[in-house]
Design a protein around this ligand. Structure first.
Ligand code: 4NP
Length: 164
C-alpha cells in the first residue's frame, strides 16, 4: 500500500511548517495509516536546526511533540516524491511554482485555501513577533488541517488512486 505523502512548506522550516507537520500527523495518522507527512523550507538559513522553541511550546500545549524535527530545504526531488505540497504563504507558493519541474504531478496549493475564512489564504509568519503569534498560528493551522482532512475524506478516489 503506497502512502499519500504530504509536504508542508514555509520559509525557514522552523516555525510554521514544522507546526503544520505535527498538527497534520495528529489529524491524519490517528485514524489513517496510509499517510506520511514531512516539512521543508524554501530558504536554507536554518537547515539542521530543530523547530523554534516558541513553536515547540505552542504545540506542546496541545500534546504535540515536534522537538525531533530537523529543518531542511525543499528540493526538486520533493516534487516527485510528494502528492501534496502545501505552501504556508503566497511568497512560498511563488517560490515553489518556480521550482516545480514541468512533469511533476504533485498538487501544489496554499494550505490556507482549505479554510480561507480562517487564514485569508496565508499563515502569518510569527517569527518576528511574540508568543501570542505562535498560538494564533497553531489555531489557524489546526482549523485548516481539519478542513484539509475533510477535503481528502470527501474525495476517496484520490486515496484509492494512490492505494492501487
Ligand atoms: P517560518 O518562519 O518560515 O515559519 O519557519 C521564519 C523562520 C526564520 C526566518 C523567517 C521566517 N528567518 O528570517 O530566519
Amino acid at each position: 500500500m503506497k502512502p499519500i505523502k504530504v509536504l508542508t512548506v514555509c520559509l525557514g522550516n522552523i516555525c510554521r511548517s514544522p507546526a503544520a507537520q505535527g498538527i497534520l500527523e495528529k489529524a491524519l495518522l490517528s485514524e489513517r495509516a496510509h499517510f506520511e507527512v514531512d516539512s521543508a523550507g524554501t530558504a536554507a538559513y536554518h537547515v539542521g536546526n530543530p523547530p523554534d522553541p516558541r513553536s515547540i511550546a505552542a504545540l506542546a500545549k496541545e500534546g504535540i511533540d515536534i522537538r525531533k524535527q530537523e529543518a531542511r530545504q525543499v528540493s526538486s526531488a520533493d516534487f516527485d516524491q510528494f502528492d501534496w505540497i502545501l505552501a504556508m504563504d503566497r511568497e512560498n507558493l511563488r517560490h515553489l511554482k518556480k521550482l516545480q519541474p514541468s512533469d511533476s504531478k504533485a498538487k501544489l496549493v496554499m494550505f490556507g485555501e482549505f479554510a480561507g475564512d480562517v487564514s485569508y489564504g496565508e499563515i502569518a509568519d510569527p517569527y518576528y513577533g511574540g508568543d501570542e503569534g505562535f498560538i494564533l498560528m497553531r489555531e489557524h493551522l489546526t482549523q485548516i488541517a481539519r478542513a484539509f482532512v475533510k477535503h481528502l475524506d470527501a474525495r476517496p478516489e484520490i486515496n484509492k488512486e494512490r492505494l492501487n
